[in-house]
Design a protein around this ligand. Structure first.
Ligand code: OAD
Ligand code: ZN
Length: 240
């Protein structure tokens, strides 16, 4: 059971690929984004995995191995700082699968699209950290049953993780902050309008205007790593 402080506002943060862009991780839909080099339907659906698991694994191995060389940026640390002060009054939702928010010190992150660091067996559902898989195989195998392992990534057509917790957080939200997401992938793209319907104040930080800009009360255009630290400072000053 989460303990909430009654005087403090309930804050929900939703982040997307733009949060990790300054750490050197490609976004999906920008110039040179991942979806320029790979076709979504070939690597991000269960059908694709059943049809061409080697290609799907090539994509996720490449992204998993890249994590060795990246570190959180000031935007990740700013969110961790917010969590330290707002504790259970803050819910962190991320579409990112890189684990950088946790490395930055965030204790509770709702990784709604899963994580590159985790994998599970497509046959017996045994969970194995991706770091413990034999990644030299075109399709890593389950150590229990020999079945094909798959990354714990929520693909198109699958239900995101933590939907209940997210719904609950959106029901009580006072301040909704959306960072580095283009606002085109659902259901995450709808959280902003849901928060707005709950009369939350909505803040946005993004390099370009997102698709759902109309629901943002206060939009800060620019890089998350440059804008977020001072925005968090402002919130801390205002409420603590
Ligand atoms: P996108 O690539 O669609 O959007 C990234 C957004 O971040 C864009 O609006 C950029 O303008 C912005 N951006 C880029 N650099 C930034 C920076 N330094 N600071 C702030 N903003 C910056 O990525 P997402 O919206 O996260 O799903 O994509 C949502 C989902 O689509 C992903 O989780 C992934 C993808 O298909 C799955 O793989 C299931
Ligand atoms: Zn298995």
């Amino acid at each position: 059971m989460r303990k909430r402080h009654r005087e403090l506002p309930q804050i929900v943060v939703l982040s997307g690929a733009g949060l990790s862009a300054e750490s050197g991780i490609s976004t999906f839909r920008d110039v040179n984004g991942l979806w320029n080099n790979y076709r979504i339907e070939e690597v991000a659906s269960y059908e694709a995995f059943c049809h061409k698991p080697e290609l799907v694994w090539e994509f996720y191995k490449m992204r998993f191995l890249q994590l060795k060389d990246v570190i959180p940026n000031p935007a990740h640390y700013a969110i961790a700082r917010l969590e330290k002060s707002f504790s259970d009054n803050l819910t962190i939702i991320t579409q990112n699968v890189d684990g950088l928010l946790s490395i930055a010190g965030c204790q509770r992150v709702l990784e709604m699209h899963g994580s590159l660091l985790r994998s599970y067996c497509n046959k017996c559902h045994t969970r194995i950290p991706t770091s413990e898989l034999d990644l030299s195989l075109p399709v890593p195998r389950c150590t229990k049953c020999g079945g094909h392992m798959r990354p714990d990534i929520v693909w198109f057509g699958e239900v995101p993780h933590y939907m209940e917790e997210i719904q609950q957080a959106l029901h009580n939200v006072d301040i909704f902050m959306v960072i580095g997401t283009s606002g085109v992938v659902y259901p995450a793209a709808a959280f902003l309008s849901l928060a707005k319907n709950r009369n939350a104040k909505t803040l946005g930080v993004n390099l370009r205007k997102p698709q759902n800009l109309v629901y943002i009360d206060e939009f800060h255009q620019g890089k998350a790593g440059e804008i977020l630290p001072s925005l968090v400072e402002k919130l801390l000053k205002e409420y603590l």
